[in-house]
Design a protein. Sequence first.
Length: 300
Amino acid sequence: MDRLHLINVFVAVVDVGGFAGAARKLGISPPAVTRAIGELEAHLGARLLTRTTRVVRVTEAGARYVEDCRRILAELAEADESVSGLHGAPRGRLTVTAPVLFGALHVTPVVTEFLQRYPEVTAACWFMDRVVNLTDEGVDVAVRIGELPDSSLQAVRVGSVRRVICAAPSYLDAHGEPQQPEDLPSHTLISANAVTPAPEWRFKVEGELRSVRVVPRMLTTTNDSAIAAAVGGFGLTRLMSYQVDELVRRGQLRRVLERFELAPLPVHLVHREGRHASHKARAFIDLALERLRERLDLQA
């Protein structure tokens, strides 16, 4: 029994959602796919797929098993790459994750430069405002903003960002600029995390942390819409410095209460350590370190 072949067939069936599609993808006959799945299920003593004349569904056991199979296949591919890559250019699929706006503004230019430099690499960019599990979800490199928990992952610091309060000059001209954090409740506020809105904004006043209770007039689930509302003169918002630095430089937004800002938050590139750091991931990290550290708002 060729276990690797059986695993490849099983993953292909799940990926394409059928036996015929898996046969076409693998270049084998549909009966060969059927035999492979039957042999794998017999070896495991568990049903992995439920089949009808119209649809193939993954069982609960199959859903768990397919994720393990994907990790096995990914590690085998990385092992092959680590050997062949010693004497060649990076190749294969690179998966990178970062927060939405950071990814759009800062990671995308690095990815496109990397792809132009290495034509045998393809890239998947997962830009989302949630923490992606690198090991479970097969991600090569992640950008993390904030202090990192202890883990088996490797991290390299590329710089830092701040939480800042800003508003359009038109709003500040009409309503005045807050001079102390305690002035905020009298202003129109925009919160960019409406799913779990923060009831307080924290500041550093004379070396001590101080919290100010806020009641935003506008709650939104996206940073883009908070920025648009602030640029339009609706009110004050609190965002990461990298999200608004260009607008501040252009004069469309103005930072306020700067002397009360909290300490900068570190920005790291995170990757799997040891043999799990593939040749393409190491090459990408080298380029990303150089490019991200060049940016003035990300100085370490």
